[in-house]
Design a protein around this ligand. Sequence first.
Ligand SMILES: Cc1cc2nc3c(=O)[nH]c(=O)nc-3n(C[C@H](O)[C@H](O)[C@H](O)COP(=O)(O)OP(=O)(O)OC[C@H]3O[C@@H](n4cnc5c(N)ncnc54)[C@H](O)[C@@H]3O)c2cc1C
Length: 398
Amino acid sequence: MTASLWQARGGRETHRFDFLVVGAGISGASAAYWLAERGERVALLDAGGVASGASGKSAGMLLLGTADPYSRVVELYGRERAREVWAFTRENRALLLERVIGDGARDAALGVVRRAGTMSAAVSEHELAEAERSLAWLNEDGFAHERVDAEELRRAYGSDALLGGVRDPAGMTVDPARLTRRVVAMARERGATLYEGHRVIATREDEGGVEVSTPSATFRGEMLLLCLNAYAPLLEPHLEGRVVAARGQMLATEPIGERVTPWGVYADFGYEYFWQLESGEVVAGGWRQHHADAEKGYLEETTPTIQDGVWGFMTRVIPALRGRRVTHRWAGVMGFSGDGLPFVGELPGRPRSRFLAGHTGHGFGFAFLAAKRLVDMSLDGAPVGWLSARRASLAAVR
Ligand SMILES: Cc1cc2nc3c(=O)[nH]c(=O)nc-3n(C[C@H](O)[C@H](O)[C@H](O)COP(=O)(O)OP(=O)(O)OC[C@H]3O[C@@H](n4cnc5c(N)ncnc54)[C@H](O)[C@@H]3O)c2cc1C
């Protein structure tokens, strides 16, 4: 996507706010919510509409931790960092429940499925060993998880494709687009203004504040928060290489009358994932690990190779799906950081221009609280701890 000189000069209208938040996915929606909650005048801008990026394409699993299992994170970054990250995601989920999801009817409108929680399931002996180590450490560190053995999985799925699992009884799944829209609606109720169809093509900062240009308008503010995740490097070269775009593909089946999975499942080190809506549809995604190079970049198209791979996996795990109709197929773009964790920082030489990115396929586990940290840092100078873009584990991989 290129912008002409005329577009980059911005539209004639100029809008003034305290904060300009760019990107109306779960990150930007959350930042707008926390800012509006604190009485700031906020403009929330998106090139498309609310949840038009990954937040509307996601599987919607609200998981604790990272794509890597606890055992690996302990090995890579130490027990304390692992504990901190898991505690962060637990707090993120609790905050979402308290502020956004709620219970009863509100809950149902978001398609939230709690039933029996979420489960990381092993498809190899190696993964099973990691799961066992993770389970022991998770429970020692105060994250109550349960073992699911092969026999229980055989009974649940009618196959022996899953060798064992670690279940988070409080894990849940949600319609991610509706959740994001609800956060935006809550931000707007608190005074935030939404600008859809505003692709930001240039940003700048001077002593008086920040300015962003879209083809139809110019926005000025005290501060700019870029919440673009995978798309951030397309706007800000500083983030090139710090966030890497990769495609995730999913499918959904026709409604299935019987319950074919009691849990939201994350298998093969999180590369495969699926759950079943209350209305019976099974949503599933993954297979990216078998074609890693082809799945890099920004092309939001499905491919037969990945789609067949996902369906092959699903019908091996759940034979009851064989012969069922797939009604929806889609692709979305995720933003990966070098160390598997999101980060918050400021653009070099631009103290009023901040960013949150690098959710690494787990934005729903991190973004609501990470956006709060970004807002607290911007308003109060509060430290962001391990979320800092300057942390050592990120510097090491750059
Ligand atoms: C197939 C798939 C499955 C996933 N499953 C899960 C899961 O189960 N659990 C989980 O936690 N996470 C999952 N994720 C990851 C999760 O969806 C993301 O981490 C999260 O949505 C990132 O949110 P975000 O707001 O940071 O970015 P996005 O939702 O991508 O939002 C960025 C926004 O910026 C806008 N934008 C881009 N450029 C510009 C510009 N120049 N000007 C203005 N606006 C712009 C886009 O239109 C977009 O709306 C999945 C992702 C995919 C693709």
